[in-house]
Design a protein. Structure first.
Ligand SMILES: Cc1cc2nc3c(=O)[nH]c(=O)nc-3n(C[C@H](O)[C@H](O)[C@H](O)COP(=O)(O)O)c2cc1C
Length: 169
């Protein structure tokens, strides 16, 4: 699991998902903001980690309809020519991708066509690198501004985590 969250201490949803996934066997969690607080990605280490994985989960809170900046930086640094594509070298070929994100806004802001736009870059990446885009899993209305909001968030993210675990099992 490639996890990006720059304010993890305050996280409800991504923290919940991380903790649940950590209980699964054979899951390696790579929390980019903890590994690389200065955004200096160790490309070789990341590429080796990817080579060992069967399924790569991108886990993140939606930031302006996109990914937190460290995740974009990680993708740009790690999916290099000669490793992920090109020169007959598709070293991630056949690996599966799951995109798993959380949102602050409610589900009405995320009809299917909007979700498709959000994951379009990941589907493009999968296609380009001969990987298999497995599925998209998401939960909405994640907020921590009140006890009621937190309670609702946990309910939403419980379902999310369960779907994710069912998928990887
Ligand atoms: C910089 C920034 C941008 C955000 N952009 C969006 C957005 O485009 N759509 C949305 O629904 N929520 C947006 N949010 C809310 C987060 O997605 C939400 O707080 C997060 O998914 C909650 O997960 P967490 O409990 O793990 O922090 C944004 C939050 C931040 C800090």
């Amino acid at each position: 699991m490639i996890l990006a969250h720059p304010d993890f201490e305050k996280s409800i949803a991504n923290k919940y998902i991380k903790n649940k996934l950590a209980q699964e066997s054979n899951v390696e969690i790579r929390h980019l903001n903890e590994l690389y607080p200065n955004h200096k990605i160790d490309v070789q280490t990341e590429q080796e980690a990817l080579k060992k994985a069967d399924i790569i989960i991108f886990q993140y809170p939606l930031f302006w309809y996109s990914v937190p900046s460290i995740l974009k930086e990680w993708i740009d640094s790690v999916f290099t020519y000669g490793f992920a594509f090109g020169k007959g070298n598709y070293q991630l070929k056949g690996k599966k991708i799951i995109v798993s994100f959380t949102t602050g806004s409610s589900s009405k802001d995320y009809p299917e066509d909007v979700v498709e736009k959000i994951v379009f870059p990941f589907k493009g990446l999968a296609n380009f690198c001969k990987m298999n885009y497995l599925t998209t899993i998401y939960s909405h209305e994640i907020a921590n501004y009140s006890d009621e909001a937190k309670e609702k968030s946990v309910k939403n993210v419980e379902i999310h985590a369960k779907k994710l675990i069912d998928e990887i099992r």
